[in-house]
Design a protein around this ligand. Structure first.
Ligand SMILES: NC(=O)c1ccc[n+]([C@@H]2O[C@H](COP(=O)([O-])OP(=O)(O)OC[C@H]3O[C@@H](n4cnc5c(N)ncnc54)[C@H](OP(=O)(O)O)[C@@H]3O)[C@@H](O)[C@H]2O)c1
Length: 394
């Protein structure tokens, strides 16, 4: 199957590969997914390893592998023939590195303020596990500016409500408050209101933690997959604080369901922040200024994970991007953090119980943040892909 090499837009292309696998698997065929291991445009890279490893778990007995071709198609043909005859698993066919990456933010370069400080752009940095990582980083690099990007608004906590962090108690308090004012609250509205309040409180807490560490923190309310909105926000920030020297991409969402049930909308939901978001971010940065790049990937990309075919592909694509950026930015530390599950963020009680059942330990906020900050500042530059946490099996 060669869809992985096609020129279609990146999200549609991955959906099409998933859909095609689904069709061919029902015909009982061996599936070999071909993808580029290198490319001059990041949109030409794929995350098909994440797909084949997830589908192998969801469809026990299915014969499905990914072959990644390096260079400009001058792949090692004897190697391919050998792989075909011996039934290899996933393979990277080595060739010469033959591409110059074309990513530019030329429009921002001339108008930015100059600064010796590190200026970090952190997608998803206001809350979740990325926020813990950034707070730790701020303690180690207080002479920095942190531009935290997220969609959530910052709102005032209602004066008459006690501050709380548990969503169930907050929902109850909001219902009682509405009733006391003679209103009949709809539960979905209450739930939305509670989530906005908690997200906002978490963002304030992150901003406070960074400021307390002595660094400067700025919240940019922006959706990173909205290329125009992001460009405007970034232009203003770069004009004020100077060029971005550190990129942390933590924005991400889940849309878990088995591959047989996946819809194009699921794939889009997952790809928008992680994949389209990173492309938008890189398009408005001067990447030659980057000294540190940290991409929040997942162990699902490396081992596969039932229900996460789209998420595993998106994260495997991040890993491929990290390899490409690391190759192009020889003076920068570039890391793709393939996290196992954390004790926080998108791992709710149900997911935590699921991992506990499989004997997979959760990464504590403290350990994860420490590993992140050490690696992004002082990690070995040649180690691009880091798998953190227990190894997974199906
Ligand atoms: N937690 C884990 O166990 C785990 C494991 C492996 C990998 N990861 C990765 O780590 C990253 C953070 O995960 P988390 O657990 O902290 O999840 P989370 O608590 O759900 O946080 C997700 C973060 O991404 C932001 N975000 C989502 N869509 C966005 C968009 N379109 N534009 C800007 N920001 C957006 C969210 O902010 P807004 O909602 O305000 O936009 C939030 O800050 C993700 O990329 C995830 O895939 C997490």
């Amino acid at each position: 199957m060669t869809e992985g090499l096609s020129e279609e837009p990146i999200t549609e292309r991955h959906w099409r590969v998933l859909e095609t696998c689904r069709r061919l698997q029902h015909e009982g065929r061996k599936l070999i997914l071909l993808e580029r291991a290198q490319a001059d445009e990041l949109t030409h890279l794929s995350g098909l390893q994440g797909l084949s490893r997830t589908l192998s778990q969801e469809w026990p007995g299915a014969d499905i592998v990914t072959w990644s071709l390096e260079g400009r198609g001058d792949a090692d043909f004897p190697g391919i023939l050998q792989a075909l005859s011996s039934g290899f698993g996933d393979v990277i066919f080595a060739g010469q590195h033959a591409y110059e990456l074309k990513v530019s933010g030329a429009s921002l370069q001339s108008r930015c303020a100059q600064s010796d400080r590190n200026v970090w752009f952190v997608s998803g940095g206001g809350r979740g596990v990325t926020a813990s990582c950034v707070s730790r980083l701020a303690r180690m690099q207080p002479d920095s500016v942190f531009l935290l990007a997220g969609r959530s608004p910052i709102v005032e906590w209602p004066q008459h409500l006690p501050v709380m962090t548990d969503i169930k108690s907050l929902r109850m308090a909001l219902i009682q408050d509405a009733k006391a004012r003679g209103l009949k609250p709809a539960l979905p509205d209450i739930d939305r209101q509670a989530k906005v309040l908690l997200a906002s409180a978490e963002i304030r807490q992150t901003l406070n933690a960074i400021e307390t560490a002595g660094a400067e923190a700025v919240y940019l309310r922006t959706d990173v997959s909205d290329a125009d909105g992001l460009k405007h926000a970034m232009q203003d920030a770069v004009a004020q604080y100077g060029p971005v020297t550190g990129l942390i991409h933590g924005a991400g969402v889940l849309a878990d369901s088995l591959a047989d049930k996946k819809t194009p909308e699921d794939v889009q939901r997952v790809f928008l922040p992680k994949v389209e978001g990173l492309l938008s971010i890189l398009a408005c940065l001067d990447i030659s200024r980057l000294r540190h790049v940290g991409l929040f990937s997942s162990a699902a990309a490396v081992f596969g994970n039932v229900g996460q075919s789209d998420y595993a592909m998106a994260n495997a694509w991040l890993n491929a991007v990290a390899r490409e950026l690391s190759h192009q930015l020889s003076d920068a530390i570039v890391k793709s953090f393939c996290w196992g599950p954390w004790e926080g963020g998108m791992v709710d009680d149900t997911l935590a119980a699921h991992f506990a059942q499989r004997g997979i330990q959760l990464i504590s906020l403290e350990d994860g943040a420490r590993i992140f900050a050490d690696q992004i500042l002082f990690g070995e530059p040649s180690e691009t892909e880091l798998v953190i946490g227990d190894e997974w099996t199906s």
